[in-house]
Design a protein around this ligand. Structure first.
Ligand code: PGA
Ligand code: ZN
Length: 390
């Protein structure tokens, strides 16, 4: 996006384990070109429909007006006319251009739009990948370390050192240390508990026992029901077939044994009884995060609050498709004391926008992968730069 003097870029990510209720990511579907994953239609929508409609009419600092206009131009609930990928690129680029025009860092501009304070987020680092993000054979998608040393740079260092020790331990055992989609290792381990054991060993060897906690993203829609080899209404994990309540018990046992403080998508995205059971039994003690469950969508969050399905929300800008709607969802979450975790996607880009977003919205937490792969490290590096500025 350009105002004639300044030119800015915004990049749009993509997920492997997308929620069924996310805004539509427009792909061409032409099987002979990029296996159907091309985005020529979305690009044409930006160039031929959005650009002429927006050019000269909106100043970038009018973010709300611009986003409302984009919604109107699309005209559908899930952004299926233009594609959420087409719309989001414009929405994020406008915010970046406004910051450049004002001569302020992006996080500061986002703070003025959002209207709350700023803080450096505590990082959740996905050091061991499973589920759809790897071939590790583990049902749970993300095994994260969650350092709690105080400031951001100390947390980052603890994460990096723990990750390096984790690789060394696996190497010694003759296990694979090749990384999965989000930069964590992906060894073939028989059971979920084996992953926690080796991560805890790495934390101890690194010298951070008691200072680095654990978090998981089960992404349970991916091991639920006939589509995933389980019977109707059941979950398949560690070779066992479990009901929703038995799955809650499975987590309860893990939490009793390991220092897990946050569980994301414990149940499948439309298994509301499963989520409610989880919130009732473990919601007092743990952060329970809705990702595929809530898809950064204000209406889904309203439903989640009313039905008491969880107590925190994952925030992914491309699940909803505009910055202003992301803010509305976050305002609602904060009003109801829900935790907010800004998140990357498994198919992430080198754009570090979400680092500024986490700071400018005072989100408190960020989930942006392991301590490898430059598309993950880009966000951590930007947070280090912001820490210096603050
Ligand atoms: P995705 O994974 O980007 O593949 O959806 C991230 C997550 O589930 O949090
Ligand atoms: Zn998730």
């Amino acid at each position: 996006m350009s105002d004639g003097k300044n030119t800015v870029l915004a990049k749009v990510p993509s997920g492997a384990s997308t929620g069924a209720h996310e805004a539509l990511e427009l792909r061409d579907g032409e099987k002979t070109r990029f296996l159907g994953k091309g985005v020529q239609k979305a690009v044409l929508n930006v160039n031929n429909i959005i650009a002429p409609a927006v050019r000269g009419k909106w100043k970038p600092e009018q973010q709300k007006k611009l986003d409302a206009f984009l919604l109107e131009l699309d005209g559908t609930e899930n952004k299926s006319t233009l594609g959420a990928n087409a719309i989001l690129g414009v929405s994020l680029a406008a915010a970046r251009l406004a910051a450049v025009q004002k001569g302020v860092p992006l996080w500061k501009h986002l703070q003025s739009l959002f209207g709350k304070g700023t803080s450096l987020p505590r990082p959740m680092m996905n050091v061991l990948n499973g589920g759809k993000h790897a071939d590790s054979g583990l049902a749970i998608q993300e095994f994260m370390i969650f350092p709690n040393l105080g400031n951001f740079s100390d947390n980052l260092r603890a994460g990096a050192e723990t990750f390096q020790h984790l690789k060394k331990i696996l190497q010694k055992r003759g296990e694979s240390t090749a990384v999965g989609d989000e930069g964590g290792v992906a060894p073939r381990l028989p059971k979920v508990a084996d992953a926690f054991d080796v991560i805890l060993e790495a934390i101890t060897v690194a010298g951070y026992e008691g200072k680095v906690e654990l978090a998981i993203d089960a992404a349970a829609s991916e091991f639920y029901g006939p589509d995933n080899g389980a019977p109707e209404g059941k979950y398949l994990i560690d070779g066992q077939t479990l009901s929703a309540q038995e799955l809650t018990d499975f987590y309860r046992e893990l939490v009793a044994k390991y220092p897990i403080v946050s569980i994301e998508d414990s149940h499948a995205e439309d298994d509301f009884d499963g989520f409610a059971d989880m919130q009732e039994k473990l919601g007092e003690r743990l952060q329970l995060v809705g990702d595929d469950l809530l898809v950064t969508n204000k209406k889904r969050l309203e439903m989640g609050i009313e039905k008491k399905l969880c107590n925190a929300i994952l925030i992914k800008v491309n699940q909803i498709g505009t910055l202003s709607e992301t803010f509305e969802t976050m305002h609602l979450a904060k009003k109801h004391d829900f935790g907010t975790v800004i998140s990357h996607r498994s198919g992430e880009t080198s754009d570090d926008f979400i680092a500024d977003l986490a700071v400018g919205t005072d989100a408190g937490q960020i989930k942006t992968g392991s301590l490898s792969r430059s598309e993950r490290i880009a966000k951590y590096n930007q947070l280090l730069r912001i820490e210096e500025q603050l």
